[in-house]
Structures are given as C-alpha cells and as structure tokens.
Design a protein. Structure first.
Length: 374
C-alpha cells in the first residue's frame, strides 16, 4: 500500500516516513498541496496524510481540490496538524471531505492505529460523485476558511510578539550587566588614581557633547558616554612609583606608562557585547594621533576608530586643565590655546580636523562641564 505524505517540514516528513515504513507501507512525499496533486494525479496513492499550513497550496485547499478530482476523490484523506487544533478546526476539515483529523504530536502506536482504521473503512465509505451537497457554497467556504486562517495567524503573531518581548527583556538585562561592568571597572580605575576621579566623569560628558554635535546614532552616543571614562583602565597595572611620580618621567618610565593602553585592552578583550567592544577599542587606541605620532601602534587618520579620536582630544583638554602630581592645572584659555595652536608636547595636527573644529566652535561647553564637575 502506498501513502502520500505532504508536509513542508523536513523533520516531520522524516518522522512520519520512519513510522509508516517500519509498518510496511510504501511512501511518496511532497512539500505542498500543489506538488502533492501533481504527483497523485500521475500515480494515485492509496491514502494521503497532509499538514494544513504550507506554502503555495495549503492542506484545506488541497482537500477541496482532491475531492473534486475524479481520479482522487475516493482516496482516503487524513489531516495531520499542529497548527489547527480546536474542535471547530476538526469539524471544518471533516466537512471539506477529510476522513480523519490527527493533532501533532501523536504517539507512533496511536498514529498507526488511526491510519489502519481509516484504511479498513475504505470499502464502506460512501464516496459521492460530487462534493457533498451539505457543504457550504463557495463564498461561505472561503469566508470561513479565511476566518480560520486569520485567527491562526493572529495567534501566531501574539506568540511571536511575546517571544520578541522576552528577547527584548533578555537583551536589556545583558545590556544593563555590561553597563554595570564598565561602571565598576571605571570605579576600580578611580580608586587606583585618586587624581583622575573627576576627570573620568568629565570625559563621559565631553564625549557625549561631541557625539551629539556629530549626530552619531543614539546607541553610539550612549555607548561612548558609558565607555569613554574607562579609557585609562590599564593604569591599574602601572606601578605607583611611576603613576604617582611627582616629577617628570624618564624615557624608560614613559615607555611603561604607554603600556596602559595594551593592559586595558587585555582586560576587556573577547567580549561579544557591543558596549565592551567599544570600551576595548577606546582603552587600546585613545592615544593614537591623527598625524601618526601616537601610540601604541602609530595609526593615522581613519585607521583610528572615531570614538578613539574623540577621546584623544577631550582627554588632552581635561589633562591640561587638571592638577597632577607632576603639574599644576591650567585655565580654560590656556588649554584652548594649547589644543588649537600647540606647544612643546601637543600639536593641533594630532587631532581629527573635524573634531578639532567642533572643539573650537563649542569650547565654552567644555569649560562649563569642567567648572561644574571638579
């Protein structure tokens, strides 16, 4: 005996084949109603088992066309579905001419029992020449069928919306966790060097101002605001004797200080979080200069990530204005002059020209941020 199985799910097709073949049935398969009709008209099976929700031609339409076909209308027809599971679905399917309606999943023994019951009843089933007169006319049929389909689609949409809400909640939790991680690491850096505590807070505020002026995407602005303060994380690995030295550093000591970029990136590397990826880039490249004079790699121009070019300028401005063990603070006017005109240590060529122009135009906002957050 040959059975035609129709389902667009490969796994379901395989499972049904396995059960039926193990019970001695020959199997033909199709992935939609249109394909099933073509195969059945060429080589009619002894029984058809079909899903309902399928592409190209669904199971309900297949049943309707099956019962209209002179070669196929007397062949037993079974629905096997996981989507249409209510009593009214079963009633609707049977009115179309189906012999049985099975809900997925079904235990193999029960499934085979139902298949055999349908086969055993074949000689006694009345098969009218035409579609059963009691079946509703075309327009009513289509209305009811569409209503069923719409209801099922609505249910699926509701399920999808709930899944999306769950996914959104999960993403929010992950994001909050990443933000908290960055904030805690920033606190660790603050405790390592007490002089930088107000500096780190201001860096985030400066970065947000520039990013907003540049009209960067909201998520980039938010991430930059959160991660810019962590730029000096690697200094937790620098010895106190060098980090807190009251006088100028020797060339050897400066080489050790420069390693804080690599140390910070090493602490943060490997995360899949976009926030922590940005934090890693900032710690590694925030001393790279537009003209290639920076460290640790001597990158130039657009080789340097944009967020790092932003942090370079704002870090330099705030460092000039801040008190350090080795220097006194400078006022805003002096810091502005050094950034825009240069001095022995700093040159305007080191900064991204676009970011430098923003600083020139909006430098009073930087002054206000510094004065309010000391």
């Amino acid at each position: 005996m040959t059975i035609l199985i129709v389902d667009d799910n490969e796994q379901t097709l395989y499972q049904i084949q396995l059960v039926l073949k193990s019970n001695g049935y020959k199997i033909i398969t199709a992935t939609n109603g249109s394909e099933a009709l073509a195969k059945a008209r060429k080589n009619p099976p002894d029984l058809i088992i079909t899903d309902i929700l399928m592409p190209i031609m669904d199971g309900f339409t297949l049943c309707r066309e099956w019962r209209k076909d002179e070669k196929l209308k007397n062949i037993p027809f079974i629905f096997y579905t996981a989507t249409y599971t209510h009593d009214e679905d079963r009633e609707f399917a049977l009115k179309l001419g189906a012999d049985e309606f099975i809900t997925k999943p079904s235990e193999p023994k029960e499934f085979i029992r139902i298949v055999r019951d349908v086969i055993n009843k074949v000689p006694y089933l009345p098969r009218p020449k035409e579609i059963e007169p009691g079946l509703k006319d075309e327009s009513v049929y289509l209305q009811e069928y569409n209503a069923v389909l719409i209801r099922k689609l609505e249910e699926k949409m509701q399920q999808l919306e709930e899944k999306n809400r769950e996914l959104s909640r999960s993403r929010d939790c992950i994001k909050k966790g990443c933000i908290e991680t960055v904030q805690r690491l920033t606190i660790a850096a603050e405790y390592r060097d007490i002089h930088t505590r107000p500096h780190l807070k201001r860096i985030g505020l400066y970065a947000k101002v520039i990013a907003e002026i540049m009209k960067l995407p909201y998520n980039v602005i938010e991430s930059l605001y959160i991660t810019a303060p962590i730029h000096d994380l690697g200094k937790i690995g620098i010895p106190d004797a060098i980090l807190c030295k009251p006088g100028p550093l020797t060339p050897e000591e400066f080489e050790i200080i420069k390693k804080h970029t690599l140390l910070g990136a090493e602490i943060l590397k490997g995360s899949e979080s976009e926030i922590l990826k940005m934090a890693e880039k900032i710690t590694l490249y925030h001393h790279e200069c537009w003209d290639g004079s920076g460290y640790p790699y001597g990158l130039k121009k657009e080789q340097i990530p944009l967020e790092c070019r932003i942090v370079l300028l704002i870090d330099r401005y705030d460092a000039i204005r801040s008190e350090r063990p080795y220097k006194s603070p400078f006022d805003h006017e002096t810091a502005y002059r050094i950034i825009t005109q240069g001095d022995a240590k700093s040159k305007p060529e080191q900064f991204d020209p676009q970011i430098l122009e923003i600083f020139k135009k909006y430098h009073e906002e930087f002054k206000e941020i510094f004065d309010k957050n000391q």
